[in-house]
Design a binder for this molecule. Sequence first.
Ligand code: ATP
Ligand code: MG
Length: 577
Amino acid sequence: MVELERYLRPHWGYIFLTMAIKLLATGMELFIPDLMEIILDEKVPAGELSQIYLYGGAMLLCAAACLGGNVLANRMSAVSSGRITRAIRHDLFWKLETLSARQLDRLTVPSAESRLTSDTYNINQLLARFQRIGVRAPILLVGGVFMTLRMDAPLALVLLSLLPIIAVVVYFVTKTSVPLYTRQQSVLDGVVRVVQENITGIRVIKALSKTDYEKARFHAVNEELTEVDQKAGMISSITNPTATLTLNLGLTLVVVVGAFRVNSGACLSGVVVAFLQYFTMILNAMLGITRIFVMWSKGEASAKRVAQVLAEPEDLTELPSGETPEQVPQPVPHIEFQDVTFSYTGVGENISHLSFALERGQTLGILGPTGSGKSTVLSLLLRQYDPDSGRVLIDGQDIRSIPSEALRKKFGVAFQNDFITEGTVGGNIRFFRDLSGEAVSRAAEDAQAMAFIREKEDGMDSEVMVRGNNLSGGQKQRLLIARALAGNPEILILDDASSALDYATDARLRRRLRESYRDVTTVVVAQRISSLRHADLILVLSDGKVIGAGRHEDLMADCQEYRLIAQTQMGEGREGA
Ligand code: ATP
Ligand code: MG
């Protein structure tokens, strides 16, 4: 929790107040058996009825104060821990949003999700319950021991002799459960990961009959989680009976030893009755302390996982802009890659020595088999990753020295598997930007989406379900393209964005992009030659290397791979005009 101290700081005062109220309430609780002992041993034998009422009233008052104080303190602890966790969750969410793609790769999305949900929940539980049991249990323990020692020291020793047994139990539970909870959290990450991959990929998994494989994969993580849970269950199956046994053993001993002492006149019978109550309190306090240890270890592990993310340094920092655009000798290409090499993991190169230049308004087409690095080129251009060597320039300026906000504004992007949000058609195109209805309609028109939007009853206001489940693949793609166009971008990026469109629609889209977006520099990744054949430059990638570069005609003449792809696609349908 040390790492998250700064979130507690503003609430210390309130927390102390909560604890003080808890302290008072617990103190009141400790007096109840003592008062009862006085009634039983002094007031009843003396037959002082008014005194009995007086002490009985005092017992009632103590009980009421104890109840009221506990309720109040528990409510207050819920308030402060809720506020603290809200702040942590808020910052964690923002931090996750700002992590670079590389940092997120390392963290993994399921782990990020469970840190945001179950880990912050554990922290919340620790904070709330620590303010409750954390104060109450130690006070009941120490106070109970003190009260019994004061009442009858020899009888208290009987009780104290049992404490080592409980201490051993507490030690055992803490020692075994701490590593267990840390493991439980990471195993849970694994379960979330498998489930998430399955839900998102469920159609593909079914289509490829991978269900058995996926079932086996789920079975493995499920087994592991069960094993961890079983171990945790075993620990509590030892603790609870041991505690009950010790309690009953203690109660019996107190009664037996107490009986002898009462008989011999060494103590009064009320003391024995009070002892039985104190002993129950002390034992529950010990169990409470066990729970604090467990909670602490769970919360501590979670706090570490959260703090680890919060402490991630800022990746993709901005370089000092050595040369402002004005100082750059004109003219410069709009987009330029200079000998760019990049690897995701540091093992092997995903992009090797890539160089090309594009003038403003030109179109770059990228073609290549899956995994050849097409999307990676786009990621580098968008600065989701920084190259390991070489430079990416826009208007002659290294993109690392362009403020991220300004850089992002330049792009309109439609990704391979971009997400459609729940809401309306228009809302998906607007995508939380301040765009006029006219801009949205024009983008939809240009993206060839208007035809199907008009067919819908509510047009732009038609409902879109989660993940766009009520839209076809081609309709989704057209919405995404419209979204990319609507922001009036300087650079348009289409990653396999029209693969689900029929040839005729795709051709209309290309024509529209050429005619109405003359000044927009476009980068198109596509599998179909017809989608790229008009590009000013086509790069053929294989394994991160350029194996062909030029216009369609040049490549048909010089690049065997390109020619082969073109020939296999010839029969597929009418090529784009
Ligand atoms: P496709 O046509 O299937 O979209 P692509 O040409 O776009 O393929 P990329 O996504 O650029 O391929 O991937 C290039 C290589 O980099 C692949 O071998 C892929 O496994 C690897 N790769 C992609 N993303 C990551 C990542 N986040 N971490 C590690 N490796 C990655
Ligand atoms: Mg790709």
